[in-house]
Design a protein around this ligand. Structure first.
Ligand code: AMP
Length: 371
């Protein structure tokens, strides 16, 4: 039977999610609130999302038979993890609507494709060059200058697969860190702050943006998100425009996080994007009418989007590794909203939970949010 690309599903339906981490867990909880069941597909047996889902399949992302069976058991498939092979997505799409589609995943999986996509839309990024050999690295450094950052084109996250190059003496070790794989050299951006913006886009082409936030990192991992970002309204509007333009160009159905560098002279440079819920959107669970996970479910199920309006300012702090041992104090703290992911082992660098603290908005005429 041909796949109905415009299929809408609602309460009672089953949403298939590729990936079973905390993003899958929180998506599953949001879906349950709408009466939608989730079937999680993830290769790791202790996946956090398994604990709160209607069904799960524990199999490799390359197991095309298991993927086909999974796809036959659900109404729509989405992803909380975008680094899935092309063949796997193709098999899923032969059985069921897949949202977002392959074009979106493909663009987000590879840094050269991603940067070219944004530049093609006239959206600024750091200056960059594709680097496939040591000689090309020398040439790229000569063109872009130092300092710079060398990154693997694929599978980089939380600063993994990256090497900062301050002087020519760093070139050998930086190139070795790429393990011979294709890389990208980026000029180092002297940013004043890092920000991100999340946009949802529905099956009908309507989009809805959450407010722009500031992100602070520790050891290359997101530490704190501040909502809203302390930036002028004009800059927030520009960031939203960038996200919407990207979502439209990708014909996205789902959620897109766009990470940005803000420079002292007011430029917004795109760093990267992720076509799924994002750590920098966790604050929306406690400070917006519709949070990022519910919005994601609504978008991929073809349902009307909810209001992304923010009724409070928020500060979200990640609990990384042993930070989570403070859970008892955080539970006792008045007003702290604690979210734990149920991971059994607190390894260093592992995201174990987050805590959000909100302050009701006082900047609204009549005390209400326009949504
Ligand atoms: P990424 O994996 O690309 O998100 O990079 C992780 C972090 O490294 C970013 O959040 C920045 O703090 C830093 N970073 C990455 N690329 C650059 C760049 N071109 N200039 C300055 N800092 C960067």
């Amino acid at each position: 039977m041909p796949i109905d690309k415009n299929k809408m599903v609602g309460p009672g339906a089953t949403l298939g999610i590729i990936g079973g981490g905390q993003l899958g867990l929180m998506t599953s909880l949001a879906a349950a609130r709408l009466g939608i069941k989730c079937h999680i597909y993830c290769p790791e047996k202790d996946s956090p999302a398994f604990a709160v889902s209607y069904a799960h399949t524990c199999a490799p992302y390359e197991d095309l038979d298991a993927l086909a069976r999974f796809a036959d058991s659900v109404d729509v498939v989405t992803f909380e993890f975008e680094n899935i092979p092309a063949d796997s997505v193709r098999v899923l799409a032969e059985h069921v609507p897949v949202r977002p589609g392959w074009k979106v995943l493909e663009t987000a999986q590879e840094r050269v494709t991603e940067k070219s996509f944004f530049n093609g839309l006239g959206i600024e990024t750091a200056p960059w060059r594709a680097v496939a050999s040591r000689t090309q690295l020398d040439n790229a450094v000569a063109e872009i200058g130092l300092p710079a950052v060398l990154k693997t084109c694929r599978f980089g996250y939380d600063g993994k697969g990256q090497a900062k190059i301050k002087t020519l003496a760093d070139l050998d070790s930086a190139w070795q860190a790429m393990a011979g794989g294709p890389a990208i050299l980026e000029g180092f951006v002297d940013f004043t702050l890092e920000a991100s913006v999340l946009v949802a886009r529905g099956l009908d082409g309507e989009s809805a943006c959450f407010d722009l936030v500031e992100n602070r990192h520790k050891n290359h991992i997101l530490d704190v998100t501040i909502a809203p970002a302390p930036l002028p309204a004009e800059m927030m509007a520009r960031a939203k425009e960038i996200a919407i333009r990207a979502a439209e160009a990708l014909d996205l159905v789902g959620l897109l996080a766009v990470e940005l560098f803000v420079t002292a002279d007011g430029h917004l440079l795109v760093n990267e994007m992720a076509p799924r819920p994002h750590n920098s959107g966790h604050w929306t669970m406690d400070a917006c009418y519709t949070d990022q996970f519910e919005q994601f479910v609504r978008a991929v199920c073809g349902l009307p989007l909810g209001s992304p309006a923010r009724f409070a300012d928020a500060v979200m702090t990640n609990l990384i590794g042993n930070d989570v041992t403070r859970w008892r104090d955080l539970m006792a703290e008045s007003g702290a909203m604690l979210h734990l992911y149920g991971k059994s082992e607190a390894r260093p660098g592992r995201k174990m939970g987050h805590v959000t603290r909100i302050t009701p908005r006082t900047d609204l005429p009549g005390g209400t949010v326009d949504h």
